[in-house]
Design a protein around this ligand. Structure first.
Ligand code: SAM
Length: 273
């Protein structure tokens, strides 16, 4: 018995016209569609007048459903894997069944299409030659701190995903570690209210209240040449440098101490005088 094929099918991230002809052909041709949320995918299929048996495959049933899907593939059934939006496996379920299928010698065929971070990157105006995609920042304090430090040191573009209700907190966290780096928020991509908000982190984080919709945050890489602009500054110029960015006295003192690798108290004493 010849094994079936597992197709990994990208679907739109907003605008339904972004589905590819090949994705439609594949969805029509397979025996089963494995979907992150079957109700969500049903709307997409109805829109394109496709009728297929659906099977749910999400984060909480990945283990058991992987076994079921692998069994079906082994009996020769062709399966298309889709997520709610964009490319399966990219911050969406998929990894496990793909890994297992490869182990079992089942053919994998990815069908390319929309992916929010690629879309965000190409429209951002930031360096596209080298970039790091971090997905969602961890919520665990220690892991999050490590990722933020990674972003602070990065000399290439960093891309992160964020849920709308956490955008303010994340920007505040980024503001603490990035001096005046440029960031871009790519919002509601491919939808009616698509928008790219570009500027330095301080300006942007002051204007994000009530920002709605789906968002990708992109952070410009650290400039190697400009890495230590304060090196030739007097302590007063150093202070003004941060003051211009709208930082509070306490925060400025902390930053100067960090930049100059001296105790915070030494700087504090200078400015008390
Ligand atoms: N698999 C998807 C992909 O290929 O991009 C990503 C799914 S992940 C669960 C959802 C996150 O992707 C959102 O929180 C947001 O950061 C980003 N995202 C998805 N659609 C978007 C859109 N239309 N505009 C901006 N960001 C989007």
């Amino acid at each position: 018995m010849k094994y079936g094929t597992l197709y990994i099918v990208a679907t739109p991230i907003g605008n339904l016209n972004d589905i590819t002809l090949r994705a439609l052909e594949t969805l029509k041709a397979v025996d089963i569609i494995a979907a992150e949320d079957t109700r969500h995918t049903l709307k997409l299929l109805n829109h394109f007048e496709i009728s297929k048996p659906l099977i749910s495959y999400h984060r909480h049933n990945e283990e058991t459903k992987t076994n079921i899907l692998i069994e079906k593939l082994k009996t020769g059934e062709n399966i298309a894997l889709v997520s709610d939006a964009g490319t399966p496996g990219i911050c969406d379920p998929g990894e496990k069944v793909i890994h297992e299928a490869i182990q079992e010698g089942i053919e994998i065929v990815p069908i390319p299409g929309a992916c929010a971070f690629i879309q965000a990157l190409i429209g951002s105006g930031l360096d596209t030659k080298e970039f790091t995609f971090l997905g969602f920042l961890p919520t665990n304090k220690k892991n999050r701190k490590a990722k933020l430090e990674q972003i602070e040191k990065a000399t290439n573009t960093t891309i992160i995903y964020e849920a709308p209700h956490k955008i303010e907190t994340t920007l505040k966290d980024l503001e603490k570690i990035l001096s005046n780096r440029k960031i871009v928020i790519a919002r509601e991509l491919t939808k009616i209210h698509e928008e790219y908000i570009r500027g330095d982190i301080h300006k942007i984080s002051q204007n994000v209240e009530n920002l709605k919709g789906e968002m990708v945050i992109l952070i410009e890489g650290r400039d190697l040449i400009e890495e230590k602009p304060f090196e030739n500054m007097t302590i007063e110029e150093h202070y003004k440098y941060y003051e211009k960015q709208g930082l509070e006295k306490k925060e400025i003192i902390k930053k100067i101490a960090k930049d100059r690798e001296v105790p915070k108290n030494d700087i504090y004493k200078l400015f008390i005088k």
